[in-house]
Design a protein around this ligand. Structure first.
Ligand SMILES: Cc1cc2nc3c(=O)[nH]c(=O)nc-3n(C[C@H](O)[C@H](O)[C@H](O)COP(=O)(O)O)c2cc1C
Length: 515
């Protein structure tokens, strides 16, 4: 299958679009007896227990989003541990009446299903032998899958020689069944949204620690999957995140023998979703030359405002410390009908549209909004222009009911102060980046949503990711949004406190062992 044959992505987008009719006709029910286990457990791989006291990050959230700290001269195991914890660690435990318990993690994830897995290809990490490791947030352990320095192999797969010199690279993957159990083939989109929210945290933390993180979405899929010993029908590599200073280059990649470490089954049975596997395979790149060509293809910048754009106040600096923001983050379950200040909305929009170092181009997604209650902004629709930090007005009026309808009839969006809709000019993105362009658009929107979450919790308000009726979202912004596709939605506002009438007690899990 060929990345340039974009009929696959177009068919997939159509087949997995939500509409009131498709949702009502779905008939899908949750098979609780085969709900996948939320942690990947290697049965006998050698374990490296991580320090149970995680270092504070020492930067305020808005400052970490604005600029990187001075470059660190080395990557230590303690720094790597902090990065893993604040990106993928267990940060909260909720207890439900009757004894139920759920573990929640640093980054938001569709349905709290946590299909994103994290691996580390380490070469020059102080305190950690070179090797390929899997991070398990459940017992807070790295398990070694391969010994030795594999950075040369990864650099070849990524067509980026710098990866052989960087101290380590995180590799994010996704286990399909964890998400498709609930969301079926549409879950493919969630793989990229959820790795995006995790990367929003990882990049902010990496920048706070001076580790110069870069997000790479271009690589030879089969080579990285093989390095990690993934079964590509069940789990796939999504992104790479090189970290730490450059040192002497690792030797070029040698022979990559197949390994088959034993893994605990996720559940007693799994359902296969061929449309998801087809979308993943059809967006793969076969060799390093294709990666280079794919990376070089330009994506058109977003169109400038058609009319007058209303300037927004500058985003405030500071906010909560980044580690505290991440510990407190949790999707708002009910919004109060209370206004946000224009500077608060401005902060979320600014954060969502920060450029991302790496090979994810700017201009893949545009930010459109429904404003319900923001001081000094009339309710209605708007488009945000990052270059001028301004809002272009669309139609006026109270659109709370419409916002709720668009978001799968969830009250959350009607109650929110503002709802951010990330839309992509999909034709242009597919024309230049092929099927993998659709990966990029979902990823970019996930990162944007994750950054909006960080800004919100840094400044003391709330956020929640949302799903949506695809075509109706674009129609809501007609005619200006013609030709766009809906990619992802994030609602912003102040929480109403009570959790939808359900009694829940929440314990923030401190970094393990910290009292
Ligand atoms: C991409 C994405 C889509 C989401 N969609 C919805 C949604 O449609 N409705 C909802 O109530 N919550 C939604 N959420 C919130 C998740 O349910 C929430 O992140 C998850 O339960 C974990 O909880 P936490 O964010 O409080 O840690 C979404 C989150 C993400 C990241």
């Amino acid at each position: 299958m060929d990345n340039a044959d974009t009929t696959v992505a177009r068919r997939f987008v159509e087949a997995t679009a939500h509409s009131p009719e498709s949702v009502r006709a779905s008939g899908h029910t949750l098979a609780w007896d085969v709900k996948p286990f939320p942690f990947k457990v290697y049965v006998d791989a050698p374990a490296v227990a991580l320090a149970r006291e995680v270092d504070p990050l020492g930067r305020r959230t808005m400052d970490a989003l604005a600029a990187a700290a001075a470059p660190a001269d080395r990557l230590t195991l303690r720094g790597l541990t902090a990065l893993l914890y604040y990106s993928a660690g267990v940060t909260k435990k909720k207890s439900y009446p009757g004894g139920g318990e759920m573990l929640f993690r640093a980054a938001a994830s569709t349905g709290a299903l946590y299909q994103t897995e994290v691996y580390v290809v380490a070469g020059a990490v102080d305190g950690l032998a070179p090797g390929v490791y899997h991070f398990c947030p459940g017992d807070f352990v790295l398990r070694q899958l391969r010994a030795g320095d594999w950075r040369g192999t990864l650099a070849e797969a990524a067509a980026d020689p710098a990866l052989a010199r960087r101290a380590a690279t995180l590799v994010l993957t996704a286990i399909f069944w964890r998400n498709t159990w609930k969301y079926q083939a549409r879950g493919w989109r969630h793989l990229y949204w959820d790795s995006g929210t995790m990367l929003a945290n990882a990049v902010a933390v990496g920048d706070a620690l001076g580790l110069a993180p870069r997000v790479l979405a271009g690589f030879v899929d089969a080579q990285v999957d093989r390095l990690l010993a993934l079964d590509p029908d069940r789990e796939a590599t999504l992104e790479l995140l090189p970290l730490g200073p450059e040192g002497p280059a690792a030797p070029p990649g040698g022979r990559l023998d197949a390994i088959a470490p034993e893994v605990m089954p996720l559940s007693s049975a799994e359902v296969d979703y061929p449309a998801l596997r087809e979308m993943q395979r059809a967006s793969a790149l076969p060799d390093a030359a294709s990666v280079r060509a794919w990376r070089a293809a330009a994506v058109a910048p977003p169109a400038p405002p058609a009319g007058e754009a209303q300037a927004l106040p500058p985003p405030p600096d500071g906010g909560r410390a980044l580690d505290e923001t991440i510990q407190r983050r949790g999707s708002t379950r009910r919004f109060a009908h209370v206004s946000l200040a224009a500077s608060e909305l401005a902060a979320a929009l600014w954060a969502a549209t920060r450029p991302l170092a790496g090979d994810v181009p700017e201009g893949l997604v545009e930010s459109w909004l429904i404003v319900n209650a923001v001081e000094s902004l009339e309710p209605g629709t708007y488009r945000y222009h990052a270059a001028s930090h301004g809002l272009e007005r669309g139609r006026r009026g109270d659109l709370r009911r419409l916002a709720a309808f668009l978001c799968l009839e969830q009250a959350l969006a009607g109650d929110a102060a503002a709802v951010l809709f990330f839309l992509a000019p999909l034709d242009a993105v597919l024309a230049t980046r092929g099927n993998r362009g659709y990966r990029l658009a979902n990823l970019a929107a996930g990162v944007a949503g994750g950054r909006a979450y960080l800004a919100a919790y840094a400044l003391g308000f709330g956020a929640s990711g949302l799903t949506f009726y695809d075509r109706h979202v674009v129609d809501a912004f007609a005619p200006a949004a013609a030709g766009r596709h809906a990619i992802f939605v994030t609602a912003l506002g102040r929480g109403a406190g009570a959790r939808d009438g359900v009694l829940v007690s929440t314990t923030i899990q401190p970094p393990r062992g910290r009292t």
